[in-house]
Write a protein that binds this ligand. Structure first.
Ligand code: 13P
Length: 290
């Protein structure tokens, strides 16, 4: 079961050794337009946004303990920068990430944080291009690609977010628009061992609404095809997370979609009690695929 070697440890790397072209484990269902699925370990990451004071360290510790119970799943928490060091000290089996980084390595940018600063504090990942930053801070696709490269240069892994507005969804253009956004935001040298994509429909964030499962499947397949057009076979190993009102009630169904490789979770990641069922759903799915 070479493909399932990936299940034993989720050390962060995508396990390209799992399924190789022509491997006997390949089936029609784990292929998309000729892109072979390579043992993608589920990645479940909480985004605490502007929530969390030192008192929430106990939740970090509790989430780290849940992560230890589901060692086949890679679990992380992207906390406010002020909490990175404290969270790192109690993180257990989870990793700690940041929510953004500056494009530059250093300089006269009052109030900003470089990727190296975040890494020194204890972050091993960062989010870039979240829709709340694209909207609130007017970040462009080019900014997002540059931030991803800055993070990479400091040794951080990156979750790059894309997603459509409700208008775009209603116009029926969502796959084309989000694919274009992804291509335009993709950094040079994008590779599965340091970059993951998060599809977050803006209208689903914090609203309790999610797209239909068919719509999620269609979008994730379109994004993988878009990745393949840029990075070829590497696209088969790159994790594409779903984000937007993911919670313990819908996670199992979302995780079961072929090209959904995990989740980026806001509100439901703020406590261990709410986040644990999402992590468990990813673990169950990996066990079912083994
Ligand atoms: P919610 O899970 O609260 O909808 O937030 C999703 C999100 O924006 C994660 O980055």
């Amino acid at each position: 079961m070479a493909a399932r070697l990936a299940l034993d440890k989720c050390a962060g790397a995508v396990h390209r050794a799992g399924l190789v072209p022509g491997h006997a484990g390949e089936t029609r269902s784990n292929r998309y337009k000729g892109i072979r699925r390579m043992g993608r370990c589920k990645l479940v990451v909480g985004n605490w946004k502007m929530n969390g004071l030192l008192a929430q360290r106990d939740e970090v510790a509790a989430i780290g303990a849940v992560a230890a119970d589901h060692s086949a799943v890679e679990v992380g928490l992207c906390v406010p920068a002020t909490l990175i060091a404290a969270a790192d000290a109690v993180k257990g089996a989870a990793f700690i990430g940041a929510q953004d980084c500056h494009m530059q390595a250093s300089g006269a940018h009052t109030g900003c944080l470089s990727a190296a600063m975040l890494a020194e504090a204890g972050a091993t990942w960062t989010i870039v291009g979240h829709s709340e930053r694209r909207q609130d801070q007017s970040e462009s696709n080019a900014d997002v690609a540059t931030k991803a490269l800055a993070a990479r240069a400091a040794g951080l892994k990156v979750i790059l977010c894309v997603g459509e507005s409700l208008d775009v969804r209603d116009d029926g253009d969502a796959e084309a628009v989000v694919s274009e956004q992804l291509i335009a935001s993709l950094p040079q040298g994008a590779a599965a061992d340091w970059l993951a994509i998060a599809y977050e429909p803006i209208w689903a964030i914090g609203t309790g609404r999610i797209p239909t499962m068919d719509a999620v499947a269609t979008m994730h397949a379109a994004l993988r095809a878009a990745l393949a057009s840029r990075i070829g076979a590497e696209a088969g190993g790159m994790r594409i997370l779903y984000g937007g009102s993911m919670n313990g009630d819908n996670a199992a169904e979302l995780m079961a979609i072929d090209d959904v490789d995990g989740g980026l979770v806001g509100g439901a990641s703020l406590t261990a009690a709410k986040f644990a069922p999402v992590i468990a759903a990813a673990g169950d799915r990996m066990a079912a695929e083994a």
